[in-house]
Structure formats: C-alpha cells, structure tokens
Design a protein around this ligand. Structure first.
Ligand code: MG
Ligand code: MG
Ligand code: MG
Length: 350
C-alpha cells in the first residue's frame, strides 16, 4: 500500500493513480471502477449503469468575467454528458451539489440551474437530487450524471488494437480559439489582429467554447452497433486524451496532421493571428468531441451510418504497436513524437 507523502506537492494524475491504487475497489457488479470516463456498474442482467461526476471551481474551471452563470451551468452539464457519450451511454438522471458564497443572489443560482437544465433537457435528463452549502470563497458546482447501456454495450478507453483506425467527431480547436477571443481585452495586440475576423466566425468560436455539444447520439451509435473498439471524449485536448486511450489500450498511434478536421472559423482565426490551427487542434482542450478507434472490418458500416445520420466523423490516423509511442505524421511525410500536453490541476505555473 502506497503511503501518502505528507510534504509531497500535489500532481493531479499522480494523485489519481495513488488514490486508485490505495482506495479504489472492484467487486462482482463493478464492470469499470476508476480509470475511465465514467464508472460502469451491472445493475441487473439487462442493464449497466454508467456514472460520472465533475467538480467545477470558480476561477479554476470558469471565469465569471468572460462567462455568464447560465453558460457555466450549460457547459458543466455538457462536460458530464460528454463523459457519458464517451461510454456510449444514454443519459438518464442528474444530481447537482452547490457551494455558494453569501454574496450570490437567488437569481444567480437560478441562472446557473437554468443553463444546466437547458443542456439536460436536450437529452431528457432529469434532476433527482443534490446538496447546497455556503462557501467562504467562490462558487463550486458538482454534477453527477447517471446513464444506462444495455448490458455489455459500453465503450471503454481500453480495447484499441493495432491496425484500428482512429476517428474524431466534429472539428477540433474551436473551443480554444473561442477562449482566446473571450480573453482578448486583456491582450491588446492580439485584439487588433483578430478584428479582421468576421463577426459570424467570432461568434461561432465563442459559442463552441461556452456552449459545447456532447456527442451523445454518436456515442450511442458506436456502442449499439459495436463499431468502436475504444473511445474517450476530448476534454483535455487531442494530444493528452489520445495518450490516455493508448495507455489504457497498451498501444501506440500515428496521427496524420493533414487529416485533422478544422472548421473554416478556426482556420480564419489562426490566419488572422498568424497561428498554426493544427496546434490548436492538438493541444486545445474542451472540444468535447469523441476520439474513438474502429477495426478495419467495421469501417464501411461506420461510414455508411455516419453519412445517413449526418454525423461528422473523420479518420485521422491509426493504432500502432505500443513501442512506437504516439506519433504525428506531417504533410511532408516526416514524423515526430507527440508529447502529451494536457492541462493538469495543482501544477504550478511559473
Ligand atoms: Mg472524459
Ligand atoms: Mg469528467
Ligand atoms: Mg474532472
């Protein structure tokens, strides 16, 4: 048993690993404990329950200078819905706990709940409980979402095999671009350059940041037809989340940079700022798209179903042996390894 080091500073991923080793538990009804996008419990012979929770802290996960309470609530719910999407689950129920400082009004809290419930209604999720508390400093919101799959039909991070194709839904990098636009007033030079960006593009990117879309229908389709061998949602950014999937599956991957799906708005944003849109796609977080792997034999069916249902799904690379690691292939054919650049809590920024 690992002993807690009293004076060791916190590192998020290391902390999660030791908590998992020291306190995580398995059992006959626990299909998946800690270590995936959500936990999976076998409720009865027909159904699996999929459970996920997230804590959002003011000043860490959201900034009320750039986001309304309504949008904070909406995004909090969507982030959790996205974890259910990554498991291929149908969302069902929601519990919300809240700690608010005394300066907040009842109307503030209503705004927050209005946003959460707007996201939940889109997927017929019902609020069934929670808790409220005061807070000495800042607002804290914790959501727990519960979904279901038919027994044996959930998607996991483990399961990718050498030769599988790597896919993503939607487009990448928009959320990061939107965040930059929201933060602009603080950086005057950047604002001057991005004023060339048309208003409609600017609005689209900001909306993608404040009001992301959980790919629930896409996840359910992948699980229902057993199309994907592994899946994860993109909350930290492609480079970080691809590493998580590869670690859990004990494989490597090669991503073709030219294949990454970029929106016209993201390209326009990057060209205004003289930035590389591919970099936004690789390391920008909070896209809440799905990253999944598909065995060769399932590809024709996947492509057909995606076309019929109007889902955007793009093949961006393939799964390789673990020893080759996670690589990217540039348009000129050269390769480099892809470092895992993901946001980590407790990390001191110097
Ligand atoms: Mg996730
Ligand atoms: Mg989560
Ligand atoms: Mg979290």
């Amino acid at each position: 048993v690992a002993r807690p080091k009293a004076r060791r500073t916190l590192q998020e991923f290391a902390l999660i690993r030791t908590l998992q080793r020291t306190f995580g538990q398995g059992g006959p009804s626990i299909v998946q404990g800690m270590g995936d996008d959500a936990a999976v419990v076998a409720a009865n012979p027909k159904t699996w329950y999929i459970l996920t929770t997230d804590l959002l802290a003011q000043g860490v996960h959201f900034d009320l200078r750039t986001a309304s309470l309504e949008s904070v609530g909406y995004k909090a719910a969507m982030a959790n819905l996205s974890d259910l999407a990554a498991m291929g689950a149908t969302p069902r129920y929601c519990l919300v706990s809240l700690a608010a400082p005394s300066g907040r009004t009842e109307n503030d809290i209503h705004q927050l709940y209005r946003g959460m419930m707007r996201a939940c209604r889109r997927h017929r999720v019902r609020l069934i409980g929670g808790d409220t508390s005061g807070s000495k400093q800042g607002l804290f919101v914790n959501l727990t979402l519960i979904g279901t799959t038919p027994r044996g039909r959930a998607l996991f991070r483990r399961g990718a095999r050498i030769g599988d194709s790597v896919y993503v839904t939607g487009t990448l990098g928009d959320s990061r671009a939107g965040l930059s636009l929201l933060q602009e007033p603080k950086r005057k030079a950047a604002r001057q350059r991005s004023t060339r960006l048309p208003f409609s593009r600017r609005r689209m990117l900001i909306n993608r940041h404040l009001y992301p879309t959980a790919r629930i229908q896409e996840g359910c389709m992948l699980a229902r037809y057993r199309l994907a061998s592994a899946a994860i949602d993109l909350s930290d950014g492609l480079s970080g989340d691809l590493h998580h999937l590869c670690e859990q599956s004990h494989v490597g991957a090669e991503i073709e940079l030219a294949a990454l799906p970029l929106s016209p708005a993201c390209r326009a944003f990057a060209s205004c700022l003289n930035a590389d849109p591919v970099q936004l796609a690789l390391s920008g977080g909070e896209d809440y798209e799905l990253l999944f792997t598909v065995p060769h034999r399932n590809q024709p069916r996947l492509e057909h179903l995606a076309r019929v249902r109007g889902f955007r799904m793009t093949a961006i690379g393939r799964i390789t042996a673990r020893r080759t690691g996670v690589m990217v292939k540039r348009p000129d054919g050269t390769r480099r390894s892809l470092p895992s650049i993901s946001y980590e809590h407790f990390r001191r920024v110097t």
